[in-house]
Ligand binder design. Structure first.
Ligand code: URA
Length: 243
């Protein structure tokens, strides 16, 4: 039976399939580059069925991909889960025909913002999260105290957490564009529960703000506002799956 959720606006379909931003694809539609079932269309909000309709861009078929990779800029006060009875969850921000099949790759705390990948590709998720793969995750943190060189060295060697676990080496640097020593960039290779907060807490430092800006080679798009998402470009996907 045909799923109701595969019906959507043509501009949304095209941008979901990675043809370009919403603005780009509207221009392509208006210029007559798109055909639906053999007919040139110019109506940006035309309703199509992503599976049943035959859509071409500049003569090439736009295939509806079954594997989806979204970059999401997580806001605060939202849980990295698919459902929760008390709080908003990341999936509340996503509109996508395959939404029910997507899941977040790893977790960010409720008050952490920034880069989260949502996908239905279990293999990619496994590769990014597997401790054996050592995929770097980079965060910007605002701290309640300045860091000193001995803390930088300690992060470099691995920090002993409150449960006795010693983390893999982490890179800690002051953010060069900022004057104060309270803003830092930290790169970790694993994703233990509250890892960054607990690493600073080992030195009596409290993390006031935390934002993930990079995962492997994938950088958070600065134009993506909190709560917004977009499909990864082909290059971003290839970079990410290389790791
Ligand atoms: N480390 C934390 O403490 N929190 C996060 O959300 C991610 C890494």
């Amino acid at each position: 039976m045909k799923s109701k959720s595969t019906k959507m606006r043509i501009d949304k379909f095209l941008s979901n399939q990675g043809i370009g931003s919403r603005k780009d694809v509207r221009r392509l539609i208006q210029k007559g580059f798109i055909t639906v079932n053999g007919h040139q269309i110019r109506q940006i909000d035309m309703k199509i069925d992503a599976i049943d309709d035959d859509i071409h861009y500049d003569g090439q078929k736009v295939h509806y991909h079954s594997l989806v990779y979204l970059m999401f800029n997580k806001p605060k006060n939202c849980i990295t889960a698919t459902e929760d009875s008390r709080h908003r969850v990341v999936m509340d921000f996503i509109e996508h025909p395959l939404k029910d099949k997507l899941f977040p790759v790893g977790r960010l705390d409720i008050d952490t913002t920034g880069l989260l990948i949502l996908t239905n590709d279990g293999q990619l998720a496994h590769n990014l999260l597997s401790p054996k793969k050592h995929v770097d995750k980079t965060y910007h943190a605002t701290l309640d105290e300045a860091i000193n060189d001995s803390i930088i060295d300690a992060f470099n060697e691995g920090v002993k957490l409150d449960d006795g676990y010693v983390t893999k080496p982490a890179k800690l640097v002051k953010i060069p564009s900022r004057e104060d020593a309270y803003s830092v960039e930290v790169t970790i290779q694993e994703g233990k529960f509250h890892q960054i907060k607990r690493m600073f807490s080992a030195y009596g430092i409290h993390v006031l703000e935390l934002k993930r800006v990079k995962m492997g080679a994938l950088q958070l798009d600065q134009d993506l506002g909190e709560g917004e998402f977009r499909e990864l470009t082909r290059e971003e996907y290839l970079d990410l799956s290389k790791k």
